[in-house]
Write a protein that binds this ligand. Structure first.
Ligand code: FAD
Length: 545
């Protein structure tokens, strides 16, 4: 049989090893892992730090022994692969405890070395109270630090998924958390008005949020964090989570081709520029499924899927990897925030024409207890209705809607097709018109020109330039909070008050979430007015303000 050597024993590496065995009983499969643990649940690490996942053992999905026994593998932990000799088809290995070095030959080499936390060159980040989180030992160190030092406060640097999860779990552990993010918003992959809902939730739960400010220095043994603004934060504990960089040293040293941001370049079968060497997971550059550009998307689903594809390709079956959609989800206290595909800001940066809808439907029938509002945004091609992406934030039902839309995208469905999805409904679960259907109806109206919309960030400037806006909510809703300059004409009075509206200019319409605005649009259009409805209504506008 073939001799296959795998570098990295967690998401991509361990999955490849077991796949290979299922496909070929004869293959010799050697897996090297630098650390002690293989196949552990990295995604669960933040939750053991707070004790939400109480039992540490639950994160250790497999041991070297259990996996060797079941799959007849040759797994060697504490073993770092230090070099690849492509001509001889060998790798050099160093045992990290004994220092022993040796070489091992391969017919096929699989690289799944992952990505490591970015640590900027600031001397103070070497202090004993500064941590990054990637693996079990990192987690153990943070947990031990919490137990030994009982810090009152912590500074989490970086508002990505890991930063958000750490902020929440530290709060659960009784620590006062300040979260610092250099961008003006948390959760980079979503658009700012969606992130703003998450930011509110963080503040509501006592997290002090500092946005648009980065760290410049860490002083006094890690007890002071200095920000670009000059602000100085007390920090008994610092979690550094500003992103990851691909572990590309092996690949780079052996002359494999890398992308601009350092990801290992691969073809559609995950072969590197050397066809006997495959690479996958956080270490590789992938193609963005929506826009076709090279990108880096360090998530667990792609690593698992790629492992499947590599296992098959080594055994002679060609399954192409079509690119990464970037579907992802995070829990932030009581909220769930999820996204799939491209964001509006990414499309704008790439110069791709799009349109968006914002809707705020309930997670299930309003008359059944426990219904919660979902803020759902769908981004699509205004000409064809092709779905570019979707984002949702809410307390309930967010995961389902994003997963349905992610499935629709992979199935090549358009916003028209979203209307046609026949989804499971009974009052505790959804409405007869599911939020995904609703988004389809609203977006289809835009694609076929039935309604025109205006976006929350365009409104202020239009009003300053003298645009006329009506707010069709009730008088009370208007009095409780409104877009400055909007004139209140409740929807039910609209037909009797048409004489108050200008015939010769485009009228902007707003309501609470966009639905009454749509009804008003239809009334006014049929009476000869030109109108644009504010997508997402006052709700989206006010979140963003
Ligand atoms: P890894 O799983 O990181 O495995 C790489 C392994 O290779 C490492 O164990 C490393 O020690 C080893 N290695 C590297 N170089 C060598 C070498 N030269 N020799 C030997 N061994 C080597 N993704 C999600 O989709 N959802 C989540 O909720 C989520 N939560 C996360 C939470 C945390 C705290 C972290 C750290 C990650 C999370 N991720 C999540 C990301 C997900 O874990 C990764 O995308 C996934 O593990 C990538 O798999 P991989 O095989 O590329 O790398």
């Amino acid at each position: 049989g073939k001799k296959i050597v795998i570098v990295g024993g967690v998401a991509g590496g361990a999955t490849t090893a077991t796949k290979l065995r299922r496909l070929d009983e004869q293959a010799e499969i050697v897996l090297f892992e630098r650390g002690e643990f293989i196949s552990f649940a990295n995604c669960g690490l933040p939750y053991h730090i707070s004790g939400v996942i109480e039992d540490r053992k639950k994160l250790l999905l497999q041991t070297v022994e259990s996996m060797n026994a079941r799959y007849n593998l040759d797994i060697r932990n504490f073993s770092e692969v230090t070099a690849i000799n492509r001509e001889e088809k060998t790798v050099s290995i160093k045992h990290v405890q004994t220092g022993d070095e040796y070489t091992e030959s391969y017919d096929v080499l699989v690289l799944s070395p992952g990505a490591k936390p970015i640590v900027p060159p600031i001397e103070g980040l070497k202090s004993a109270n500064v941590f990054t989180l990637r693996n079990i030992p990192d987690m153990d160190k943070i947990k031990a630090y919490l137990e030994d030092n009982k810090p009152n406060n912590a500074v989490v640097i970086g508002g990505g998924f890991i930063g958000l999860e750490m902020a929440e779990n530290l709060v659960h552990a009784g620590v006062n958390v300040t979260l610092v993010e250099k961008l003006p918003q948390v959760m980079g992959p979503v658009d700012p008005e969606m992130a703003a809902i998450v930011e509110d939730e963080l503040r509501k739960n006592g997290v002090e949020l500092i946005l648009g400010d980065g760290i410049t220095d860490v002083l006094e043994d890690g007890t002071k964090v200095v920000l670009e603004s000059g602000k100085v934060l007390e920090s008994e504990l610092i979690i550094l989570s500003i992103g990851v960089r691909p572990e590309n040293k092996l690949a780079a040293d052996s002359g494999l081709e890398l992308g601009e941001r350092g990801g290992i370049k691969v073809n559609e079968y995950l072969q590197t520029s050397d066809e006997s060497i495959y690479a996958m997971g956080d270490a590789i550059e992938v193609t963005d499924y929506i826009n076709g550009q090279p990108t880096m998307i360090p998530l667990a689903w792609p690593a698992n899927r790629q492992a499947h594809i590599v296992g098959h390709h080594i055994n002679g079956r060609n399954i192409a990897y079509p690119g990464t959609l970037g579907t992802s989800i995070v829990k932030v206290f009581e909220l769930t925030a999820a996204t799939t595909g491209n964001s509006e800001k990414l499309l704008r940066r790439l110069g791709i024409q799009y349109d968006v809808v914002h809707i705020h439907p309930l997670s299930h029938a309003g008359y059944y207890p426990g219904a919660e509002q979902i803020s759902l945004k769908v981004i699509f091609d205004r000409e064809t209705g092709k779905i570019f992406g979707a984002q949702a934030v809410g307390k309930d039902g967010v995961d389902k809607r994003i997963d349905v839309i992610a499935t629709a995208i992979k199935g090549g469905l358009s916003v028209y097709d979203l209307q046609e999805l026949e989804l499971a409904y009974a009052p505790p679960f959804s409405s007869a018109k599911d939020p995904v259907n609703m988004a389809g109806y609203v977006a289809s109206n835009i694609v076929d020109g039935t309604i025109e919309t205006v976006q929350h960030y365009e409104v202020d400037e239009l009003l300053q330039d003298g645009a006329f806006m009506i707010d069709v909510r009730t008088e009370k809703e208007h009095a409780d909070g409104k877009i400055e300059g909007s004139k209140n004409i409740p929807l039910d009075d609209l037909r009797n008050r048409l004489d108050e509206l200008p015939k010769d200019e485009t009228i902007l319409i707003t309501c609470q979430v966009g639905l009454r605005g749509y009804l008003a649009s239809r009334i006014l259009q049929q009476n000869g007015f030109k109108v644009k409805n504010l997508t997402g209504g006052y709700k989206t506008y006010s979140i963003f303000k």
